[in-house]
Design a binder for this molecule. Structure first.
Ligand SMILES: [Zn+2]
Ligand SMILES: [Zn+2]
Length: 346
């Protein structure tokens, strides 16, 4: 076991503070990673504040991890000391169910093991990326290509794969009209990735406040959902809409913007159930779908795609001591577009 410094919430809703945690000894198939950068995802805040139900404390959040391998177990074949690597939202799964076997470990039938706020297969709680080091089985580690800086790569491990996966699955590409709802941490990645895939990209945001940013990130069009004319003008326009918003919305209105056979895919999750008139999917044979992160193989594919296209996240680098303030700013949508902790400051 190794004692490492970390930032943790000692109890639900408590501010994060510096502490130490124990990392397990490096096992046969494990890699030890010196964490360099850790992104702050909105779901870190949900979990620290128990917005998604009872959680495990102390909690070290962080599932957007980028670092360097500093030790490998004797059975490790995929990584060497010095490799640039990332860890996303999961650190294990059953490896035997049909979903694990086809590389969709995020949908493991026995439940994936979350990078934090979860219990590992060894029965010990997992602690995330707001820390100096982490030990992870090599099968749940991905390689960060040389062309990507580690700081802007870190948010790709959640925000990047969460948006890449549905864009890829629903064939965003040349000739396709794709709308991205919300221009935050997830939305800004969706815009960059959909643009790089060759799609015609529209941002649908509450207001036009971030319009200049959206166009710079790669959007071709930008519309305000607060303006009723948006819904008249764009009715029946899109092949695919990816919604990154976790606030309640008028899903019927969004579905009206799809072409026949179009799909509205949610990666943001409103906490309350929604009411929907099913005629909004019946008319036009539309799909209302959801998507959660991506498998390990697909996460690697996303990182390779981003490196090839020069895509990183737009980040604001902070010290660990600024994390509580950063949480408040995330809640106020006051970040363009992802906070990343320089873990050397822990
Ligand atoms: Zn996340
Ligand atoms: Zn499984």
């Amino acid at each position: 076991m190794t004692t490492v410094a970390a930032y943790a919430a000692p109890a639900a809703k408590a501010p994060l503070e510096r502490t130490t945690i124990e990392r397990r000894a490096v096992g046969e198939y494990d890699v030890l990673i010196d964490i360099k950068f850790a992104g702050i995802c909105h779901s870190d805040i949900h979990q620290v504040r128990e917005g998604w139900g009872e959680a495990i404390f102390p909690m070290v959040p962080g599932h957007e991890i980028a670092g360097i391998v500093s030790e490998v177990g004797s059975g490790v074949t995929r990584f060497q000391v010095g490799d640039r690597v990332g860890v996303g939202c999961m650190v294990d799964s059953c490896r035997e169910c049909e979903n694990c076997l086809r590389g969709e470990e995020q949908y493991c039938l026995k439940g994936m093991v979350g990078t934090y706020n979860a219990v590992g297969r060894d029965g010990e709680p997992t602690y995330g990326g707001y820390s100096e080091k982490i030990v992870v089985d090599e099968n749940y580690v991905v390689r960060i290509p040389d062309g990507l800086s580690l700081d802007v790569a870190a948010p790709l491990l959640c925000a990047g794969i969460t948006t890449y996966s549905p864009l890829h699955r629903w064939n965003a590409g040349p000739g396709k009209k794709v709308a991205v709802v919300g221009l935050g941490g997830l939305g800004h990645m969706a815009v960059k990735i959909a643009h790089a895939m060759g799609a015609e990209v529209t941002v649908l945001s509450q207001s036009l406040r971030k319009k200049d940013d959206g166009l710079k990130l790669g959007a071709d069009h930008y519309h305000a959902t607060s303006d009723p004319k948006t819904f008249e003008e764009l009715a029946g326009t899109f092949d695919l809409i990816v919604s990154t918003v976790s606030a309640p919305m008028d899903f019927g209105a969004l579905l009206s913007l799809l072409k026949v056979d179009g799909a509205l895919v949610n990666v943001g999750a409103p906490e309350e159930p929604i009411a929907l008139n099913l005629f909004s999917v019946i008319g036009g044979r539309k799909t209302l779908a959801g998507s959660m992160i991506g498998g390990i193989r697909e996460t690697q594919e996303m990182l390779d795609f981003c490196a090839e296209h020069g895509i990183g996240a737009e980040i604001e680098l902070i010290s660990a001591a600024e994390v509580n303030e950063a949480y408040e700013r995330v809640l106020a949508s006051d970040v363009r577009y992802r906070f990343v902790i320089d873990t050397a400051t822990i």
